[in-house]
Design a protein around this ligand. Structure first.
Ligand SMILES: [Zn+2]
Length: 202
């Protein structure tokens, strides 16, 4: 497994040297995605639709309505030894940042938490590495560092070109939400633009 892949593994240990510089900055942007609607422009064919409303069924832990997610996404995300527990139905994706539940289905009672899935779920993580693009394995820190190095305000397309984020097209099976990461990339760019200049992002 390459270094690039290793940083996406759940509970991977961050490099202590890198953490010193970035921890404070990263904390500021770790919740940027919360209020962002699913993508306006999806990069992956077959990825879950953009305009679906919350499903009307609440997370068994936090009670907040989940976001529909296809069976194939859940099947791709859970640990190999849990795949037989997935069943055939679609699930809901819990978007509450501090809730450990990732997928749930109220009818069957099936539920998969953070420790049941293979990747770090970006909106439930507060420390680097926080994945943004799962297809090409680009983290929030890498995008921020790119902006720090080469300046603001970059357009989404520019960041895509510089980092490779949001160009994988495999969101349905790589992104735990089954959705395109473009809205998350945009949120990271917007957050970087709002950062005080003394932190170097403007
Ligand atoms: Zn929840």
């Amino acid at each position: 497994m390459s270094n690039a892949s290793q940083q996406f593994i759940r509970q991977a240990e961050p490099d202590p040297g890198e953490m010193q510089l970035s921890t404070i900055q990263i904390r500021k942007v770790s919740t940027v995605e919360k209020g962002i609607e699913p993508g306006l422009d999806c990069c992956g064919s077959g990825a879950t639709g953009n305009n679906e409303k919350p499903g009307g069924t609440g997370c068994p832990n936090c009670g907040v309505e989940g976001q529909k997610v296809k069976n194939i996404t859940v099947r791709s995300m859970v640990l190999d030894n849990l795949i037989e527990n997935v069943g055939d139905q679609d699930f809901f994706f819990c978007r509450t940042p501090d809730c450990p539940v990732v997928y749930f289905d109220s009818i069957s009672g099936r539920r998969f938490d953070k420790h049941d899935v293979k990747v770090r779920v970006w909106l439930k993580e507060t420390e680097d590495p926080i994945p943004v693009c799962y297809c090409n394995e680009v983290t929030e820190k890498e995008i921020l560092d790119e902006i720090l190095k080469n300046g603001c305000p970059p357009a989404l397309e520019e960041i895509q070109k510089r980092t490779g984020a949001g160009k994988g097209g495999k969101c349905l099976t790589r992104n735990p939400s089954g959705r395109c990461c473009h809205p998350v990339i945009k949120a990271v760019i917007q957050k970087a633009e709002k950062m005080p200049s003394e932190e170097g992002y403007l």
